[in-house]
Ligand binder design. Structure first.
Ligand SMILES: *[C@@H]1O[C@H](CO)[C@@H](O)[C@H](O)[C@H]1NC(C)=O
Ligand SMILES: *[C@@H]1O[C@H](CO)[C@@H](O)[C@H](O)[C@H]1NC(C)=O
Ligand SMILES: *[C@@H]1O[C@H](CO)[C@@H](O)[C@H](O)[C@H]1NC(C)=O
Ligand SMILES: *[C@@H]1O[C@H](CO)[C@@H](O)[C@H](O)[C@H]1NC(C)=O
Ligand SMILES: *[C@@H]1O[C@H](CO)[C@@H](O)[C@H](O)[C@H]1NC(C)=O
Ligand SMILES: *[C@@H]1O[C@H](CO)[C@@H](O)[C@H](O)[C@H]1NC(C)=O
Ligand SMILES: *[C@@H]1O[C@H](CO)[C@@H](O)[C@H](O)[C@H]1NC(C)=O
Ligand SMILES: *[C@@H]1O[C@H](CO)[C@@H](O)[C@H](O)[C@H]1NC(C)=O
Ligand SMILES: *[C@@H]1O[C@H](CO)[C@@H](O)[C@H](O)[C@H]1NC(C)=O
Ligand SMILES: *[C@@H]1O[C@H](CO)[C@@H](O)[C@H](O)[C@H]1NC(C)=O
Ligand SMILES: *[C@@H]1O[C@H](CO)[C@@H](O)[C@H](O)[C@H]1NC(C)=O
Ligand SMILES: *[C@@H]1O[C@H](CO)[C@@H](O)[C@H](O)[C@H]1NC(C)=O
Length: 468
């Protein structure tokens, strides 16, 4: 009886899931039943007066008037729209047309009271929502710089309320929090004051043909932060920004299923970074056909809080990494896979079943793989990987970077692959070459402490020097 009951229950759950599967995305991609222009709601489009109320009225009217199971589009014709936080509603899609710019306000009173709701565009607990069109959302991030500095800008802190400490008290640009079925397509997201596009506890998000420009010298200018969210697709994007470009984080729940393809990235920190907030599982990510240009780190795992990571594949990726000022996390590693407890109160998380296939890189430092002890880093595969090492900036090398937390920065000669505490490492058709005279201090193509690295398979591993 119990078995039969369970079987019925499973069939029921399955039926409900497949029932939901097709409808939501078709709503977002089908023609809207209604389109309303913000100009018809008396927006000035001047960029000088606040259009917040006019935009919000259009969104609210759209949400009320849309027919069931359809969307309503809010059209922004060309012009500049200065605004405080605007709130998306279910089944409302903003169409920011080419030539239209939504300008985020630069005053504390432009944003809601709670710091976690500081976004220019905010969607909370809604479904079937989107931001599309060829126009842009601009956070006016440069207005938040108190001192320009080529190493790292000094930023304002809206900490006067006392609810927020330090220099990270600044608004993000676009946030989807607790949403289902999200589409971000065709828009430019420019100059966020802090993080740019933030997904929190979302299900089913598609981010396509989006370009993100954050100031290269501004800290915390992350591109896309995927926090506690499942089923995220990123494709045909350009992300050129100061801080991490694509950054999955797990703070209150797992991050499952990310596919990121056909995307170009430059970052003064990591192009791809898992962590460092890593309290829950990361699983089922595919990164394919990416170009990573002159970034401080290429593909990075910064696991520090006990969450476990598995089944991640990187394929067909072209990387160049270089040194920037060490105040930015990253040490020019093309590939960086680390797990260690952040501090005494943290646990180590495991990293397993990770593949790197068809990767080429030119970089100022080698690959760094560190499991920190205890069998936390297992089953890594590198297949068809060409790594070229040379130096072209004047920054000093010779440091292993365990930040944040753990052992911080540790002196150690650079190597092609620096490896410790790993169980199961398979290198197949891996070519390593380095410029002989520029990297004299590099004595090791493979640098590892045998007692901490088990089950290494080297198949077609080639190492050469060259001069150019
Ligand atoms: C998300 O998409 C998947 C696959 O298309 C589907 O199974 C699931 O029901 C969707 N979730 C929601 C909340 O619509
Ligand atoms: C727009 O302004 C006109 C003229 O002041 C007014 O009649 C109209 O009601 C306004 N429309 C909205 C939607 O507020
Ligand atoms: C809306 O879609 C749901 C799910 O497909 C369906 O059950 C419902 O009948 C639809 N409502 C209308 C008014 O079409
Ligand atoms: C956005 O609105 C403009 C003006 O109505 C229209 O030409 C364009 O096709 C719309 N864009 C999308 C992606 O629907
Ligand atoms: C606010 O931030 C500034 C700059 O970071 C700092 O000097 C000041 O101590 C902070 N004050 C509070 C209350 O956090
Ligand atoms: C993501 O999927 C996991 C596993 O099914 C689930 O526990 C979690 O609640 C999901 N997250 C969201 C935001 O739906
Ligand atoms: C992740 O993707 C797999 C394969 O498409 C799917 O079976 C699974 O349900 C997805 N997980 C979540 C939490 O949506
Ligand atoms: C890879 O992505 C680029 C865009 O970055 C695109 O132009 C190219 O067609 C993609 N290649 C393949 C094989 O899909
Ligand atoms: C990670 O895996 C270990 C070993 O299976 C388990 O004890 C731990 O609870 C997992 N951590 C999380 C956050 O799920
Ligand atoms: C690596 O280099 C070899 C020899 O130049 C080349 O045949 C191969 O296609 C390259 N592989 C990748 C993934 O770039
Ligand atoms: C790797 O590259 C080879 C040769 O270009 C190609 O046949 C293979 O499908 C690629 N593998 C993946 C996982 O993309
Ligand atoms: C490195 O330092 C030399 C001498 O100070 C200088 O001429 C050169 O421009 C510097 N190169 C770079 C890339 O900064």
């Amino acid at each position: 009886m119990i078995v039969q009951f369970l079987q019925h229950l499973l069939i029921l759950i399955f039926a409900i899931q497949s029932h939901c599967a097709t409808s939501p995305f078709s709503i977002l991609h089908s023609t809207p039943s209604l389109s309303l222009s913000v100009l018809d709601f008396n927006a000035t489009a001047s960029g000088l007066c606040y259009d917040t109320h006019h935009i919000q009225s259009t969104i609210d009217a759209c949400a009320t008037a849309a027919l069931p199971n359809t969307t309503c589009h809010v059209i922004f014709p060309p012009g500049k729209y200065l605004t405080a936080t605007i709130h998306l509603r279910s089944r409302v899609v903003l169409n920011i047309t080419k030539g239209a710019v939504i300008l985020g306000g630069t005053k504390l009173e432009d944003y809601p009271e709670q710091q976690e709701r500081w976004y220019v565009v905010l969607a909370e607990d809604v479904e079937d929502v989107g931001v599309i069109g060829g126009g842009q959302i601009n956070g006016q991030g440069l207005e938040f710089v108190t001192r320009f500095d080529e190493v790292k800008n000094v930023m304002v802190s809206w900490n006067s309320t006392g609810r927020c400490l330090g220099d990270e008290c600044r608004p993000r640009l676009v946030g989807f929090v607790g949403c289902k079925n999200v589409l971000v397509s065709g828009v430019k997201l420019n100059r966020p004051a802090y993080w740019c596009l933030h997904l929190v506890r979302c299900q089913n998000t598609s981010i396509q043909d989006v370009s993100i420009y954050g100031d290269f010298n501004t800290p915390n200018n992350d591109g896309i932060d995927i926090e506690d969210s499942n089923n995220t697709l990123i494709t045909r994007c350009i992300i050129d920004t100061g801080d991490d470009a694509i950054c999955p984080k797990s703070s209150t729940g797992p991050v499952i299923n990310i596919t990121a393809t056909d995307t170009w990235i430059r970052s003064k920190s990591s192009a791809i970074k898992l962590g460092s907030a890593s309290f829950f599982t990361f699983k089922g990510f595919v990164f394919n056909n990416l170009t990573i240009f002159e970034s401080h780190r290429g593909l990075g795992f910064q696991i520090r809080d006990g969450g476990n990571v598995s089944d991640i594949t990187f394929s067909n990726i072209n990387i160049s990494t270089r040194y920037y000022d060490p105040s930015w996390w990253g040490r020019a590693e093309p590939i960086y896979v680390t797990t260690c407890p952040r501090d005494n109160s943290s646990k180590a998380g495991s990293i397993s079943n990770i593949k790197f296939i068809n990767i080429t890189s030119t970089s100022e430092n080698g690959v760094f793989l560190s499991g920190s002890g205890g069998g936390f880093l297992t089953n890594l595969k590198f297949i068809n990987v060409n790594l070229t090492f040379k130096r072209w900036t004047n920054y000093t090398d010779g440091l292993l970077d365990y930040r944040p937390g753990c052992q911080e920065l540790v002196n150690h000669d650079s190597a092609g692959f620096m490896m410790e505490h790993i169980d199961g490492l398979h290198l197949e058709n891996v070519n390593v070459k380095w410029s002989g005279h520029e990297v004299e201090s590099w004595n090791n193509p493979l640098d590892f402490r045998p007692a901490t690295v088990n089950n290494i398979i080297l198949q077609d591993f080639h190492s050469n020097t060259y001069t150019s």
